[in-house]
Design a protein around this ligand. Structure first.
Ligand code: ZN
Length: 421
């Protein structure tokens, strides 16, 4: 044993050295992303202890100052773990036959109106027992981790009644105990149940008076969310639901302007919304409203693909207004792509984001949309040690090459959660 290291070495659990390019965003969240406000370090090292990042610096300094299990990054790219700020991870069953219907020209709204889509998943999810649900969710979550996702938002919304929604959120909470994943649980008012079709007001009353306070009481959710759109909840009902959530002590986010523009994104003027998601049909001028309120526009490129949609969110207007842009998977039975790495890779093609913008959108800006940018989403001292070692050598390969897993190692909450080989 070399006594020099006992005397001088600081204790670490993991020491990553020989990083070719470390990319992070220190002054986030970022409304404008460029190499000027990113931190791009060559020949870097990172030391990790007790689940936290304790030092970031030159490779040789970090390697000699810290004792611990050493990982040679072999001159590869290292980034923060990916944050997926929009998933419907907890559900049961699948809807592959509807994919064929959509390809034949049947619209999402038509499928929903005939009792398919979300309603079909509601039936399957209500019937599923909690262990089967958890087992399915765990297998998808492991896949996410192995592709670099270390934090996920998880919505309820496929049960529509109190105990069913509670069961979904319980599974989301359980997931956090079983895997080194950070989970942000969200209570979602998804659609009014078909039995309330003629009396949606009654369901809104039930949701706001019975479901929201009880879910908040049981500490099952941190966020309230509502699907504000044609065929889901009206602008006014969405406002009532979000206000009830805020009153119960939850934070708020919204599904807005996806299918038709009925004014949903304008709710940002009246309510404290952390994130407005989708925005495919948002008028350009609303970009400024989101930026002025410091809210995040969370864009969902695989969701656009799965709707076989031509409309796109107004990315250029969002950029010009200096809106903080995040991206997410919107993993759900209509869009079965759970990987935030894939979302980064296709963002340049579907949204026109640069690889660096896409990386910020899936790390620090996604963290901001979940109100956790002070603890995850950056490689910075005292932040949670969620780190990816990639096979590629620099960030410009993101999106440039895609369709396979480019992740070599994932460190989540300070431990190795995935390693290729
Ligand atoms: Zn969604």
């Amino acid at each position: 044993m070399d006594s020099r290291w006992v005397l001088r070495g600081l204790k670490a659990d993991i020491v990553i050295y020989n990083i070719g390019q470390l990319v992070t965003f220190m002054e986030g969240p970022l409304a404008r992303v460029s190499e000027d406000n990113a931190v791009i370090v060559r020949d870097a090292g990172v030391a990790i202890r007790d689940g936290k990042i304790v030092a970031v610096g030159r490779s040789s300094d970090i390697k000699s100052r810290f004792e611990g299990s050493k990982i040679n990054a072999d001159k590869r790219l290292v980034t923060p773990g990916l944050i997926d700020p929009h998933t419907h991870l907890v559900f049961y069953g699948s809807r592959e036959d509807e994919f064929e219907d959509k390809l034949r020209g049947v619209s999402y709204s038509e499928i929903l109106a005939r009792g398919g889509g979300i309603y079909r998943t509601v039936t399957a999810t209500r019937e599923a027992n909690v262990n089967d649900l958890l087992k399915r969710v765990l297998s998808v979550a492991r896949l996410m981790l192995s592709h670099g996702t270390t934090t996920i938002e998880v919505k309820s919304g496929y049960a529509l009644d109190l105990e069913g929604e509670a069961k979904m959120l319980y599974v989301a909470r359980k997931l956090e105990e079983l895997l080194p994943l950070k989970v942000i649980p969200t209570l979602l008012a998804h659609v009014p149940p078909l039995v309330y079709k003629e009396n949606i007001q009654e369901y809104v009353n039930y949701f706001t008076n019975a479901i929201i306070p009880e879910i908040a009481n049981r500490n099952l959710a941190l966020y309230i969310d509502v699907f504000c759109d044609k065929g889901a909840f009206s602008l006014n009902d969405s406002k009532i639901i979000l206000e009830a959530g805020l009153r119960a002590g939850l934070r708020a986010r919204i599904h807005a302007d996806q299918i038709e523009y009925i004014g949903c994104s304008k709710l940002v003027e009246k309510l404290n919304l952390d994130s407005l998601d989708h925005l495919e049909k948002m008028p350009e001028e609303n970009s400024r409203l989101i930026a002025e309120r410091g809210a995040v526009a969370t864009l969902l490129p695989t969701s656009i693909m799965s709707m076989l949609e031509q409309s796109r969110p107004p990315v250029r207007a969002l950029r010009e207004a200096k809106t903080i842009i995040a991206i997410g998977s919107d993993y759900n039975p209509n869009n079965m792509t759970p990987l935030q790495q894939t979302v980064i890779d296709i963002s340049p093609y579907i949204l026109g984001l640069t690889p660096l913008e896409a990386l910020a959108a899936a790390t620090i800006n996604a963290a901001k949309s979940l109100n956790i940018s002070h603890e995850v989403g950056a490689i910075k001292e005292n932040y949670t040690a969620d780190i990816i070692i990639w096979e590629i050598e620099n960030y410009k390969w993101l999106g440039y090459t895609w369709g396979y897993n480019k992740v070599l190692k994932v460190i989540a909450e300070g431990r190795i959660a995935y390693s290729r080989e």
